[in-house]
Design a protein. Structure first.
Length: 168
């Protein structure tokens, strides 16, 4: 039998080699595009804040939606606080103080207190606070963000995890 005769519909070695090259090229392009897509579609990224150990947490719109992030603002409220020692025959002291929802307060592993501010859409920055006292569902601040500053009330612990790279 003559080896140069090829049955009808059969693939030659040259055709097989060319098909394998095209398959390899397509596979390489798929892997490269998948890697690029995975890299560009990260749900969050961190940005250093000059002069600070803190980082901005920047989320994609989809990530913020999935995390169901909610915010409220730092408020100034006139509050009355009577100390237990002087509760009798003492005029009540009324002072205007900064207040955040207690749900906005997060604690780091060292017991320090923080809130995440939301200075612009999809951007979150951890801000150190000092709590004077807790009144009902509010934290009365000695130190913290200015009145009107947006603070995260739902999702702050997840933002802390993203900033600290927990689970990565």
């Amino acid at each position: 039998m003559n080896s140069s005769i090829v049955p009808p519909g059969a693939i030659t070695a040259a055709q097989m080699e060319e098909a394998m090259r095209w398959t390899a090229l397509c596979l390489l392009m798929f892997v490269a595009s998948s890697a690029l897509a995975a890299e560009t579609s990260k749900p969050s990224r961190l940005e250093a804040i000059p002069g600070s150990d803190l980082k901005r947490v920047i989320l994609t719109a989809k990530a913020a939606e999935l995390l169901a992030i909610e915010t409220d603002v730092v408020r100034e409220e006139s509050l009355t606080r009577v100390s237990a020692a002087n509760a009798v025959n003492t005029p009540e002291e009324v002072r205007t103080q900064r207040v955040v929802p207690y749900s906005a307060v997060i604690y780091d592993p060292h017991g320090n207190t923080w809130v995440f501010t939301n200075p612009e859409p999809l951007v979150y920055v951890r801000h150190r606070i000092e709590i004077g006292y807790i009144k009902s569902d509010r934290a009365v601040l000695k130190e913290g963000p200015s009145p009107g500053t947006a603070v995260v009330t739902v999702g702050a612990s997840i933002l802390m995890g993203i900033e600290q790279k927990f689970g990565q």
